[in-house]
Design a protein around this ligand. Structure first.
Ligand SMILES: Cc1cc2nc3c(=O)[nH]c(=O)nc-3n(C[C@H](O)[C@H](O)[C@H](O)COP(=O)(O)OP(=O)(O)OC[C@H]3O[C@@H](n4cnc5c(N)ncnc54)[C@H](O)[C@@H]3O)c2cc1C
Length: 387
């Protein structure tokens, strides 16, 4: 029996795009389904838009994640210079900051060792140039470099790259269900109000917060990981964009909050709020907006008011269920599948925008034994993301 596709990918966020790119680069036939009208409209356009190693992950000992993300940052700066740009980051340390200058210096030393980019302190004489940063009780200001992107455009660029290598992408298309046999799956989906059926050797489930909803639609029953969905909000305020990104400690709970230039305004984020609502209503709740505004006002003059807020948005982190705070939990990506002789369904939980290519590369290594030999081997580390 002829099978239509090697891979059916469900979900057109950054991970679906990256998996489509990685599989097409090996010559596999790919069909990707995305329920919305464009790729990247869910979590992958609601992130903090940073292409970074994640300095704060050093605090929780996630050295491998930081190192991998910094490697990926290097590739992205090279492959998508129009979309990924280095930006100066400033970390002000105050008398009462939870993290002392010593701790931050130690973290930045490891970070600059991994990234091969130096950090420095800003001399007191130049503090007045720091976008109205409050200097009362200010002890030190560190400066280092990380990168910023447009997450939705990056997702589209990776998707374009996959399509250029042959992947087929259907938007406005909802995956309905699939039945899997030993060697292939039969998938049903709705496109333009019409039901269609295809067969694929494997199913890659990159549906982000919908990951377990998609798994529920596949027979025979697939195992899943219990997850917490954690909402992260951002606000955009009508203030001249800052010259760099400020990495601040929230005065409420000492979490990291970024104040960033975004287009011709200033973006502030993010929060970590337990989410139990419907996935059809993902928006920044009022307490999150107040938390972000008051964090900004704690550090900057002149203050911003509610009237200065021009927009807000929120996305969902997918974290394995745990009782510890979301802030302290590992952010590694999990690739989950049933450990049978012929697994057909592979689901991705969590992940970082920054590490999308590396994640897809790891996934390809896992699924390779269940696919025919690849017909080509284009190295995704060196593919330019031109569009
Ligand atoms: C608040 C926040 C800030 C973040 N900041 C950063 C950051 O600064 N840097 C960084 O590296 N990472 C960051 N991340 C992580 C990163 O944004 C996410 O890991 C990444 O965007 C997740 O992408 P995804 O493709 O897995 O999911 P999504 O982007 O959510 O994509 C899943 C897609 O599946 C589709 N889908 C679902 N069900 C179906 C169905 N039945 N049929 C068809 N399509 C379906 C959805 O429409 C969606 O488009 C952040 C995350 C959050 C939440």
């Amino acid at each position: 029996m002829a099978i239509d596709y090697d891979l059916l990918i469900i979900g057109g966020g950054i991970h679906g795009a990256a998996c489509a790119q990685a599989a097409s680069a090996k010559g596999y036939s790919v069909l990707l389904l995305e329920q919305f009208e464009k790729p990247g409209l869910a979590t992958s356009s609601k992130s903090s838009k940073l292409i970074h190693g994640g300095l704060r992950y050093l605090e929780t000992g996630q050295f491998k994640l930081v190192y991998e993300c910094l490697q990926e940052r290097k590739y992205l700066l090279h492959n998508a210079p129009h979309l990924v740009k280095l930006v100066p980051f400033y970390i002000p340390v105050f008398k009462n900051s939870l993290r002392s200058s010593l701790i931050i210096r130690a973290g930045l030393s490891i970070y600059s060792l991994f990234s091969k980019k130096p950090f420095k302190t800003i001399s007191r004489k130049k503090w007045h140039q720091l976008d109205g940063l409050n200097t009362n009780d200010l002890v030190t200001v560190f400066q280092y470099y990380d990168a910023q992107t447009d997450d939705q455009q990056l997702t589209e660029a990776v998707m374009n790259s996959a399509q250029e290598m042959g992947a087929i992408v259907y938007t406005n298309t909802v995956f309905d269900k699939a039945e899997c046999q030993q060697n292939y799956c039969t998938a049903h989906f709705t496109r333009d109000n019409k039901q269609q059926i295809i067969t694929s050797r494997l199913i890659i489930n990159t549906s982000g917060p919908w990951v377990n909803h998609v798994l529920e639609k596949i027979t025979p029953e697939q195992s899943h990981i219990d997850i917490d969905l954690v909402l992260g909000s951002h606000i955009i305020i009508n203030k001249k964009p800052a010259q760099g990104i400020y990495y601040l400690e929230s005065p409420h709970d000492q979490r990291a909050v970024f104040v960033m230039p975004w287009q011709d305004k200033t973006m502030i984020g993010t929060t970590e709020t337990d989410f139990t609502d419907s996935l059809d209503h993902i928006e920044a709740p009022k307490p999150d907006i107040e938390y972000l505004l008051s964090t900004y006002n704690h550090y900057f003059n002149p203050r911003a008011s509610e009237q200065d807020i021009t927009d807000s948005f929120a996305g969902l982190r997918v974290l394995p269920k745990a009782s510890t705070s979301a802030f302290a939990r590992p952010r590694d990506t999990i690739i989950h599948y049933d450990k049978t002789d012929t697994p057909r369904v592979f689901s991705l939980y969590g992940g970082k925008l920054t590490a999308n290519r590396a994640t897809a590369h790891h996934l390809m290594k896992i699924i390779q034994p269940f696919l025919p030999q690849p017909t080509q081997d284009i190295d995704t580390r060196f593919i330019s993301l031109t569009k």
